[in-house]
Design a protein around this ligand. Structure first.
Ligand code: QAP
Ligand code: CO
Length: 184
C-alpha cells in the first residue's frame, strides 16, 4: 500500500477527462487500495482518480463515522432525480482549506461497478448524493470552485498556492532536521 500525491488546484492536470475502466484487474485493485489509504490519511470523505493523476473513471468514498466502510464506484453514471437544488458546504482535497456553498440536486441515481466488477444501481440522497456529484465532476475535469464567482475563484487559487508553498517549506525543514539527527 502507498500514499499517492494529490494534485492541487489550479493544476491543469485536474482538467483531464477520465476514460472508462476496461477491466477491474490487479493494477486497478492496487490503485483502489492506495486511493482509499490516501483518502483516509488526508481525512477526506471522497477522492476521484483524477486527483491522484490517474485519468480513469474511478471514485472512492467513505462517509461512515468510523471510517471503516469504503465505497468504490467504477465507470459511474449519475442521474439527478429531482429538479430542485439544495445548498451544501463543500470542500475538496485538491483545494485545501477552501470551503464554499454549492447548489446541487440532493437526490440522484448511481449506476456503476464495484471493486468486484459487480453492478451497483441505487438511489441516494443527502451527503452521499452531493459527494458522488462532486467526485463525478472531477472525472469530467470540473472542480467545485468552478461554480463560484470569479473573485472567490481567485481567492481560492491564491490561498491554495500559499498553503502549498508553506507545506513545501515545512517538508524541507523536516528533511533537514532528520538529516542533522542522523549525521552526529
Ligand atoms: C468532497 O471532499 C465533498 O480542505 C470530498 O483541509 C466534501 O473529502 C463533497 C478535506 C464536502 C461534499 C461535501 C478538505 C480535508 C476533505 C480540506 C473532501 C482539508 C482537509 C475534503
Ligand atoms: Co474534490
Amino acid at each position: 500500500m502507498a500514499l499517492l500525491p494529490i494534485l492541487n488546484y489550479p493544476d491543469p492536470r485536474l482538467r483531464t477527462i477520465a476514460t472508462p475502466v476496461k477491466e477491474v484487474n490487479n493494477t486497478i485493485k492496487t490503485l483502489i487500495a492506495d486511493m482509499i489509504e490516501t483518502m483516509y490519511a488526508a481525512e477526506g470523505i471522497g477522492l476521484a482518480a483524477s486527483q491522484v493523476d490517474h485519468h480513469i473513471q474511478l471514485i472512492v468514498m467513505d462517509l461512515s463515522e468510523n471510517k471503516d466502510t469504503p465505497m468504490v464506484y467504477i465507470n459511474p453514471k449519475v442521474t439527478p432525480l429531482v429538479d430542485e437544488r439544495q445548498p451544501y458546504e463543500e470542500g475538496c482535497l485538491s483545494v485545501p482549506d477552501v470551503y464554499n456553498t454549492v447548489n446541487r440536486p440532493n437526490k440522484v441515481r448511481i449506476e456503476a461497478l464495484d471493486e468486484q466488477g459487480q453492478a451497483i444501481d441505487k438511489e441516494v440522497e443527502g451527503l452521499l448524493a452531493v459527494c458522488i456529484q462532486h467526485e463525478m465532476d472531477h472525472l469530467n475535469g470540473v472542480i467545485f470552485v468552478d461554480y463560484l464567482s470569479k473573485l472567490k475563484q481567485t481567492r481560492a487559487r491564491d490561498k491554495v498556492r500559499k498553503l502549498v508553498k508553506m507545506r513545501e517549506k515545512l517538508a524541507e525543514k523536516q528533511a533537514n532536521a532528520e538529516q542533522q539527527a542522523t549525521s552526529v
